[in-house]
Design a protein around this ligand. Structure first.
Ligand code: NAD
Length: 478
């Protein structure tokens, strides 16, 4: 018996959760349910996180959490409970299998069986944003080596366990050489440990186009958070419906399972919603807690039901479907198919699908880190970069000189183009002359001089070489 935390959520949540629990309990799931309240009611009661402290205690104690979709009220500073849960509980891996059910669910992609493994904790979702000038806001994109290692290893271990043949990595490292570059580099390093699994890297733009057009070319795809967020919805949608996909959020200690869709408030309380997405989440949960036989039984019964054309409104299609049913009737149909196998769709065998146990991250020996300059960001409303440069040269100190100014990443001084559009946000790079040592104290002097010269500095970024290699971006056009 495994104790799990359940949240019935908002909108269609309670109906699809009841249907899901009814099916898995009928299949013999050995679970004890502890229910918590999260979502709209909690938000509207004034808790901007959408969850009470006692509910966190329950989730952390039971470690396995089955969650129905919730409604995040618009405006009012309400924080997304999903993002908070993933980050608080260290659920670094988001796994979304997307398989088409041709010819039973209409899709342009009859042969599609891909799994998106999305990094779940970092990237632009660190949520560190600042307005820096009148015209410019920024969002920090944070990518860490442990974050990359954990997710990439998870993707390869998952592929190995599931007998999948290939892991593809999507990044935009031709542009983001440091952040996406690290993700790609770690992918290449870890891929070498799995010679039996094919590996490849695609630039995300053409990779996404290819995935949407020819999904059969892919198997497991691993990617940073934001790309994974977008593309896992695309992948689910092109199988026929986002209503069919579930997702697992896996951490070292805790895990959360859910449908990928939202709370569909307009459909709430009408017994029409498709419980399949949440059921898929629950099947992943059963595998995760080692109840693989129950998971297999439920999945095969679900496939059989889909094959029989017993469909909820969202996937019902005249000529393909046989019977349009509501949420409860769909659940009954799946229950009556428990113990039966699909005959046309490929049945599943989950003997070996329990939770993956990954090695702990090992911090490697620190590299030799050398300060080699500083980028001072300046709020300035002028338009001529040469005028700004003359002003900035007055703050130079101890052989540390202004070497470049960029605006939104494009070099505008020295030798900029007059056509380049400039905002009021300037990155001003200071580097030491040949033979001069760059010191932290010099940065402070530069900033003090800027105060004296009435230059509005908004932040600094130190420039480092790691093991002699420059670890910062050049100006575009530099
Ligand atoms: P949604 O996924 O709720 O609905 C999108 C469309 O798909 C709607 O037309 C809906 O009727 C349909 N649909 C979704 N699930 C269905 C199902 N199981 N059966 C039949 N039809 C289904 O997306 P939305 O309308 O953008 O968001 C509604 C609310 O859900 C928002 O408050 C949003 O914040 C929240 N949301 C929650 C989660 C989550 O809890 N994981 C995820 C996404 C959105």
């Amino acid at each position: 018996m495994t104790k799990i935390t359940v949240a019935k959520g908002d909108g269609i949540g309670p109906e699809i959760m009841d249907a899901t629990l009814e099916i898995i309990l009928a299949a013999g799931a050995k679970i004890e349910i502890e229910e918590i309240e999260v979502g709209e009611k909690v938000y509207l009661a004034g808790n901007t996180a959408g969850i009470a402290p006692e509910a966190w205690d329950t989730i952390r104690k039971n470690k396995v959490f089955l969650k129905a979709p919730i409604t995040t009220p618009q405006g009012g500073g309400y924080k997304s409970l999903n993002v908070t849960t993933r980050k608080f509980l260290g659920l670094y891996s988001n796994v979304r299998p997307c398989r088409s059910l041709h010819p039973f669910v209409a899709t342009k992609h009859p042969i599609m069986d891909i799994v998106i493994v999305r990094e779940n904790e970092e990237d632009l979702y660190a949520g560190i944003e600042h307005q820096q000038t009148d015209e410019v806001v920024q969002c920090l994109k944070l990518i860490s080596r442990p974050g990359c290692e954990k997710i990439v290893r998870y993707a390869f271990e998952y592929a190995k366990q599931q007998n999948r043949k290939k892991v593809t990595c999507f990044t935009k490292d031709n542009i983001m050489k440091q952040t996406d570059g690290l993700f790609h580099q770690v992918f290449d390093e870890i891929a070498k440990e799995y010679p039996q699994i094919e590996n490849e890297h695609w630039i995300i733009d053409i990779g996404a186009a290819k995935m949407a057009d020819t999904p059969e070319a892919f198997d497991v795809i691993v990617m940073p958070n934001l790309y994974g967020d977008v593309l896992s919805d695309v992948a689910a949608q092109i199988t026929g419906s986002v209503g069919l996909a579930g997702s697992a959020n896996i951490g070292e200690e805790c895990s959360m399972f859910e449908a990928i869709h939202g709370s569909a408030p307009r459909r709430a309380g009408q017994n029409v919603a498709n419980p399949s997405g949440l059921l898929q989440g629950a099947i992943m949960m059963l595998n995760h807690i080692g109840q693989t036989q129950v998971a297999e039984k439920v999945q095969n019964a679900w496939l059989k039901t889909m094959e029989e054309g017993i469909h909820t409104y969202d996937i019902f299609k005249e000529g393909i479907s046989k019977q349009k049913v509501g949420t409860k009737e769909f659940a009954k149909a799946v229950i009556s198919n428990l113990g039966h196998m699909p005959t046309i769709l490929k049945p599943v065998f989950y003997a070996n699908n329990s939770a993956l146990i990954l090695p702990k991250y090992n911090r490697s020996t620190p590299k030799n880190k050398e300060l080699v300059g500083v980028d001072v960001f300046v709020h300035w409303s002028g338009s001529d970069p040469n005028a700004l440069a003359i002003h900035l040269q007055k703050i130079e100190s101890k052989g540390v000189k202004l070497s470049m100014i960029t605006n939104r990443g494009i070099k505008v001084w020295p030798d900029g183009f007059k056509e380049t559009f400039c905002t009021d946000h300037w990155r001003c790079r200071f580097k030491p002359d040949e033979g001069v040592e760059m010191k932290k104290s010099t940065i402070i002097e530069l900033l003090q001089n800027a105060v004296r010269e009435n230059i509005d500095t908004i932040k600094t970024e130190n420039l480092y070489n790691f093991d002699g290699k420059a670890a910062y971006s050049l100006g575009q056009g530099q």
